[in-house]
Write a protein that binds this ligand. Structure first.
Ligand SMILES: [Zn+2]
Length: 355
């Protein structure tokens, strides 16, 4: 048995229970998508992306936070996809708007006219409009307030739950199409590009990415930071789409899509069309590191939001929220994973693959 296997086996019962619940929820999600005959609706980083972003963020924390977060890294890793499960398997209508903002739906100069705070946004547009067009940047601000309170109260379950949820929404904010009206290329005849970019490409090439993003930083102004993320992400959406259009124009259907014997496009579990491996390689190369860049930015910002909440809460001692025995048991594995992370790598855990 390797150290890594031991590490997995010694993690808490709670984590194992969470894993089982998580797997059950994902089975329900898959079933519900089949029942609904739904395709192209898993608009979020795939499970692979969310889990690797959250997992890597733990190592960017200072030691005073890292021990506690590492003790619960399995929970944080797996819980990071649960907001999507709430959307689909739990049919939580309130959940949908938290994952995106259709920036272009707010007029010609949205970044000049969009209210920066939730209070102002609600007063200007009303809840119904915002539910339709998305509330992601304002929701990040709300989550930050809740996490800060959880740190102040030293409430272990609340810290872990909110930090994991927050990691999900921050990751979504770094997926350029989560900020765009053209969220699946439906306005430019590029349907399927959303899942292709955020699930298939990381699943194929993510293991070569550098996950060492340096240390978390203190964010002076969370409101300004949440809008900076959305603005930069939205500015990238055009490139993401135009690079694919250019590439597609040069190739035949057979070079782009995996086809069955009747020349119909093959589909994955969620009804997404499957691109050929060669096409995926070509697109990934033509993007010139965009997926890795957005993933690294999401890791860094996640750790920085967590760190800022903890600093603003007065830097409470969270290490002693766990027992001495738990800390002692995790320590050698933490040291081993820090060494890996320094080289840009992560412990090779298994994620649910969509393609
Ligand atoms: Zn999402």
């Amino acid at each position: 048995m390797t150290n890594r296997t031991r590490n997995n086996r010694t993690r808490s019962n709670r984590t194992r229970n969470t894993s089982n619940l998580y797997r059950l929820a994902f089975v329900c999600l898959t079933a519900s998508l089949f029942i609904a005959g739904t395709s192209s609706i898993l608009y979020s980083w795939g499970v692979w992306g969310h889990q690797h972003i959250s997992h890597a963020a733990v190592f960017a924390l200072p030691p005073e936070m890292r021990t506690f977060f590492y003790n619960h890294i399995d929970y944080i890793t797996e819980e990071s996809s649960v907001p999507d499960v709430r959307k689909y398997a739990m049919s939580d209508r309130e959940e949908f708007a938290r994952h995106f903002i259709d920036v272009e739906a707010f007029g010609d100069k949205p970044f000049e006219t969009l209210p920066k705070t939730w209070k102002e946004a609600k007063a200007k547009y009303g809840s119904d409009t915002l539910q339709r067009k998305g509330i992601l940047p304002w929701y990040l601000q709300e989550m930050q307030i809740k996490l800060t309170t959880a740190f102040k109260d030293r409430k272990k379950d609340a810290i872990l739950f909110l930090a994991s949820d927050m990691a999900h929404y921050i990751a979504d904010a770094h997926m350029p199409l989560h900020t765009s009206l053209n969220h699946d290329g439906q306005l430019t005849d590029q349907r399927g590009i959303h899942a292709f970019w955020e699930s298939r490409l990381p699943e194929l090439f993510g293991s070569t990415y550098n996950f060492n993003v340096g240390q978390a930083r203190y964010i002076e102004d969370i409101t300004a930071e949440s809008w900076r993320i959305i603005r930069e992400s939205n500015a990238t959406a055009d490139t993401l789409l135009s690079v694919e259009r250019t590439l597609k124009a040069k190739l035949t259907k057979e070079q782009i899509w995996q086809l069955d014997s009747n020349k119909n496009m093959k589909k994955n579990t969620f009804g997404q069309p499957m691109h050929t491996l060669e096409y995926a390689k070509g697109y990934h190369t033509a993007l010139n590191g965009m997926v890795e860049r957005q993933m690294r930015a999401a890791i860094s910002v996640t750790a920085s939001f967590w760190y800022t909440a903890w600093v603003n809460a007065g830097k409470p001692n969270i290490t002693d929220l766990d027992s001495e025995a738990t800390i002692k048991r995790s320590k050698p594995h933490l040291e081993e994973e820090i060494e890996l992370w320094k080289q840009g790598k992560l412990f090779d855990f298994k994620s649910f693959n969509e393609f």
